[in-house]
Design a protein around this ligand. Structure first.
Ligand SMILES: [Zn+2]
Length: 465
């Protein structure tokens, strides 16, 4: 960072100045020449430094503005990200609750399914048992049938009816065989009891089997229903879990982004602090320089109530520094938007009253401006540099404590030390230094008898014709 060091003239430089003064200003008194030369030299140096510092401050202020804009943007981003995280967390909580409820439902359903499966297994075992009993009963009946048929055949051989035997042999399944009346009349009472017993048992077993099958069908229907429910619940669970993992992922992304923005903000805060510190330092330097410049002007310029030099032909009244139709676009002591403004801005206007023609070309650019009063040019910069924002500018000392300043010139026709007459063309209006467009910035500075210098309202000294 540039630091202010007011250069003091070294012994060598002082001797050089002394010699230069001897050569250049032979006619003037020697002590006065040395002091004036040294002061001119240091005033110029101070002005150059002032100009450098102004530039640096402006640059740093621009950087600071950028950084602060970035900070604002990032803080807004951070807020948005925090809001996003809050809403995601709310959704995650809701999903957690839903998943908890669903898991309870699934457990209940699984319990039902397990119970039903147990019941089905039990019924299956019962059915198997019934079927086994049916098989053994049927076997017993087959054996009985063979026995009865053998006995009837024997009876037939000894002279019974052949048609009955034929009828019995042709009967279909075992139960219809035993149901035949012919059989009843051919067998003994004992056999009849056995037949009745077996038939009844078979009927009972058949009924039992039917009942069990019906129960089994009901249970299987129930289980199918439960299985369907289970599928839809596990589908729902899958959905919720994938939703949950998506939300977690989203949250992780947003949290990562948030961390990035936080790091960025930390860096920006550091940058901002650095720029603020630089500006503070530079402003202190500028204030010190301003004081130095004022001190030089105080020791060099004329004072209020001094009698002006005769060669100025000073008539005691200032004239408006631009001829033709003009307007004041910014007055003293502040711009229309509020910033400090220690002079007035004068623009040339066209017939319509505007400052630019229909093509946007300024009426002021290149138009001449004039010395408001006779005097001596005590400062003149015609180098096109920034010059503290004044660009090309000059100051005229009118010899009675009054000084006028003309800034932003396209070019100047005067140099430091020139004597000018009232109304003399001293430059052309331009837009050098800190301007938004071509205009003449005009100031009046008064050095009072107490030695203080102030920038006063120019409209107390000049008025628009
Ligand atoms: Zn101005």
């Amino acid at each position: 960072m540039w630091s202010l060091k007011i250069k003091r003239f070294s012994a060598k430089k002082r001797i050089f100045c002394f010699l230069m003064a001897l050569i250049c200003v032979a006619s003037a008194s020697i002590p006065y020449s040395i002091s004036a030369f040294a002061q001119d030299k240091s005033l110029e140096e101070l002005n150059n430094r002032y100009e450098e510092i102004e530039k640096e401050i402006q640059e740093n202020q621009e950087k600071l503005d950028e950084v602060e804009q970035d900070i604002k943007t990032n803080e807004q981003k951070l807020n948005q990200l925090n809001k996003q995280i809050d809403s995601i967390e709310e959704q995650i909580d809701l999903l957690d609750k839903s998943i908890g409820i669903l898991n309870g439902d699934i457990d209940d359903l699984q319990y039902d399914i397990d119970l039903t499966t147990k019941d089905i297994n039990k019924i299956n075992a019962q059915i198997a048992e019934i079927e086994a009993q049916m098989v053994s009963t049927e076997n017993l009946m087959v054996e009985t049938k063979e026995l009865l048929l053998a006995r009837i055949r024997e009876n037939y051989m000894s002279g019974g009816s052949g048609s009955t035997l034929e009828l019995l042999l042709t009967s279909g399944d075992i139960s219809s065989f035993f149901a035949r009346k012919e059989l009843v009349t051919r067998v003994s009472e004992n056999d009849n009891e056995l037949i009745a017993e077996l038939s009844e048992k078979l009927v009972q077993l058949n009924e039992l089997q039917k009942e069990s099958e019906a129960q089994k069908a009901a249970l299987e229907g129930k289980r199918t229903e439960l299985d369907t429910q289970m599928v839809s619940l596990t589908d729902k669970q899958d959905d919720l879990e994938s939703n949950m993992s998506a939300q977690q992922k989203k949250k992780n992304n947003v949290t990562d982004k948030k961390d990035e923005v936080k790091y960025l903000l930390d860096d920006l805060d550091k940058d901002s602090d650095a720029y603020k510190a630089a500006i503070k330092r530079q402003e202190a330097e500028r204030a010190a320089l301003e004081a130095e410049i004022e001190a030089v002007i105080k020791s060099q310029g004329s004072t209020e109530n001094d009698v002006p030099d005769e060669e100025y032909n000073n008539d005691g009244e200032m004239m408006w520094p631009v001829k033709g139709k003009t307007t004041v676009t910014a007055g003293y002591p502040s711009y229309p938007n509020g910033g400090a403004h220690w002079g007035i801005d004068i623009c040339v206007v066209g017939a319509s009253g505007g400052t630019r023609d229909s093509n946007g070309k300024s009426y002021s650019y290149g138009e001449p401006f004039y010395a408001a009063q006779g005097g001596e040019v005590i400062l003149a910069y015609n180098d096109g540099n920034w010059n503290s924002g004044f660009g090309n500018y000059c100051i005229i000392d009118h010899g009675d404590g009054k000084h006028t300043l003309y800034a932003h010139a396209k070019r100047l026709f005067v140099s430091k030390g020139d004597i000018v007459q009232k109304g003399e063309k001293i430059g052309e209006i331009g837009d050098t230094g800190n301007t938004t467009g071509p205009h003449l910035h005009f100031e009046v500075r008064i050095k009072k008898s107490d030695g203080s210098v102030s920038r006063v309202n120019p409209l107390n000294y000049v008025s628009k014709p």
